[in-house]
Design a protein around this ligand. Sequence first.
Ligand code: ZN
Length: 422
Amino acid sequence: MASESESNTSSLRSSKISQDNSAKKLNRRSWNYFSVKCKNGCSYYGNPSWDGYCSQCYKIQKAKSLPDTKYPITNKKDESNHINNSIKAETIPNKNRSFSLINKLEKASGLSLDGKRSMTTSKAVKKNTPEHNNSVATEAIAASRRLQEFLRSNICDSSVFTEKLLERFEGLRDTSLMMDKIEKFLTVSLYKYLYNQKDSEDQIKNDLIKERIESFQWITLRHLELEVTLDNVEVATLLSKAIQEISRMHSSLAPEDKLSCNTKCCRTVISMLQVCSATSVNADVFLPALIYVLIKANPINLQSDIQYIMRFTNALRLNSGEAGYYFTNLCCAVAFIDNLQADQLSMTTEEFERYMIGIGSDDEDVTSPEVERIKNDVGIMTDLIERQKSLRKEYLKLEKQLLLFQSNTLKKVKKLPRDYKT
Ligand SMILES: [Zn+2]
């Protein structure tokens, strides 16, 4: 899948590079502002939440400003290693990943799969973290047990075999697949602890973004300089599908599945743009189209979903590959909406303010897919009501005929003995 998806986006990504040069000419200052690449010059994707760096360079920058704290990469050697590795990862995204399965698991869950070692690890967790993390650790132990149960019941009855198999994971050539499965298992098992804590900063930001997107519902395709014709049924259907895909993100549990919703949404956006454009789709229209989809979808818990993905998915998945590219674009779209001002829509401040208080008018969205869908549904309902009416008419007619047939038959039966006598 990775190689196919790589080729799907490679043209789009290369056109992003060409767009960076031609953006001034096209007067798309706002799109030019966002670069999908890490601003440190490594070949990974950057992210507005990481100040435009990739996860690795962000850690390096943080380490420079906050020595001896939670970001351990501090020296020049680590930095140059990362740049070199990122170049390798760009060309061979899914190979040569040096995961230590047990270490990663211990990091993610605060315990180890090995009973003896988990004792010392859980002590460390209790000593170093706030109280609520103890319940996370308990839940993680339960998740670990369920994982071992699963392996035992699905692979072999012998626990010795399972233990050996777990030890062997480290030596497997493609440990990334196994890591993906375990990441999914742990994040789904611990979802209620990891995702969207009540009264958290994310929760507050969720409401702010939702409210802000709601206030931008007046934004049309024209404002985003998009030549998308919603009169075309295929285009309207694809737009509607993209909205559905991104709206589905909050109901997925694993970070990988949430990412996948975004990837599907972005692929649909590209398909939609391909229908509209005779020439190839470039990043110059992709980002505004994604912004439009995001505004129309206004997904719930958007900030929580983005942060959850950034915190708990394998960093390589965000730094490179198709899903990483689309995720960076999603974050750029959110950052754009978050900082949206009049000049980014080529408007005067007065005009912008008028729209914000609901005085501005634009009839374009009358043909939005939602309105079209409702119109279509009303049409189907009217048709169904008509058909039901005519069916009832037929039914009453048939009932009348049956009653007539019944009474005629009864009459004939009553007459029969008399006829028989004569
Ligand atoms: Zn970087």
